[in-house]
Ligand binder design. Structure first.
Ligand code: SF4
Ligand code: SF4
Length: 309
């Protein structure tokens, strides 16, 4: 990885280098690998739903992936359901079928293991829209017109559950831009795109990462789910020069509290989306994806080496 040399030195004696995008195509593709993989995953999920609905894609005589992001079925065998939508319905005091509850449990366990907000950066179609707004913001160097606390999304989450309880309707599902965008892509362009355009303009003109980083209750729900996830961003304190390049690209920069990460050897916050933006741009390769038990083992080895040294 190429990087500029600056005259400054970090407290660990290393020169502080700034990140520079490689000149070669292969170098660029390597840096963009997680972005490319995320887009492939996001579009593949949409393609599977679309092709099942419109081209009757199937397997062993069953629809391949029928339904939508709230409730679906894989080859008519494995039920999947959005656990936040299910939670809202439970708050409405309506009964749910065992199949839907099993579907929600499968999805919940999956994201609890790999990181709740993996849904946000690897599956949710709205992320493509908000990332595009973020890219345009960087391109035109736009500032924020508003400041909002990132905790606001937890209040929106609580409000969605409270409204579900009071109205007897799954409140967020009625206005969810995620469901709207999914419906529009799979079943046709219509009024739902107005909501998605609103989010795009809000993110572009008003606040950086405004929707996903401050308001979306589904993102907040998955942040709670992913608190104890096993797949994490590992942080190597010994090589980090605190150049700040990772924080500059992170959509949830508050999660990269490097002093806290140094104590645990990893990014602990459930708000990390495991998007992988920070990993390839670190000039010192101090960040990487790893599993919690391996991070713990690595830390123990490092501590033992320091004691011996
Ligand atoms: S925060 Fe909400 S809209 Fe944004 S990516 Fe996550 S679920 Fe999708
Ligand atoms: S810490 Fe890294 S992986 Fe997590 S949200 Fe920030 S850039 Fe993405």
């Amino acid at each position: 990885m190429s990087s500029d040399q600056t005259p400054h030195t970090a407290s660990n004696g290393r020169p502080i280098r700034l990140y520079r995008l490689p000149d070669s195509l292969s170098g660029k593709l390597w840096v963009w690998r997680y972005l490319i993989l995320r887009r492939i995953t996001q579009f593949s999920v949409l393609l599977l739903f679309f092709a099942t609905a419109h081209w009757a894609w199937g397997l062993v005589g069953e629809p391949l992936l029928s339904g939508n992001l709230s409730s679906s079925s894989v080859v008519g065998l494995v039920p999947l359901a959005d656990p936040f939508a299910v939670l809202q319905i439970l708050f409405t005091r309506h009964l749910l079928s065992t199949e839907v509850l099993i579907g929600a449990a499968i999805v919940l366990v999956f994201y609890a293991l790999i990181g709740g907000r993996v849904f946000c950066s690897w599956v949710c179609p709205v992320n493509v829209v908000t990332d595009f707004a973020g890219w345009l913001r960087n391109h035109f160097d736009l500032g924020n017109a508003l400041h909002l606390n990132r905790s606001l999304r937890y209040y929106v989450l609580a409000l969605a559950l409270l409204l579900s309880l009071i109205t007897g309707l799954a409140a967020f599902e009625w206005v969810s831009p995620i469901a709207m965008l999914h419906r529009e892509v799979i079943f046709g362009i219509g009024m739902g795109l107005i909501g998605v355009a609103g989010i795009f303009l809000f993110d572009l003109m008003v606040l950086r990462h405004g929707w996903c980083g401050h308001l979306c209750p589904l993102g907040a729900f998955y942040a709670v789910v992913g608190k104890a996830a096993q797949l994490r961003v590992r942080f190597d304190e010994s090589t980090c020069t605190r150049c700040g390049e990772c924080i500059r690209v992170c959509p949830e920069p508050q999660v990269l509290n490097l002093n806290q990460a140094a104590e645990r050897g990893l990014v602990t916050s459930g708000e990390c989306t495991n998007c992988g933006r920070c990993v390839p741009i670190c000039p010192e390769d101090s960040l990487s994806f790893d599993l919690r038990p391996w991070i713990a083992r690595h830390d123990q080895r490092q501590r033992a080496n320091r004691t011996i040294g």
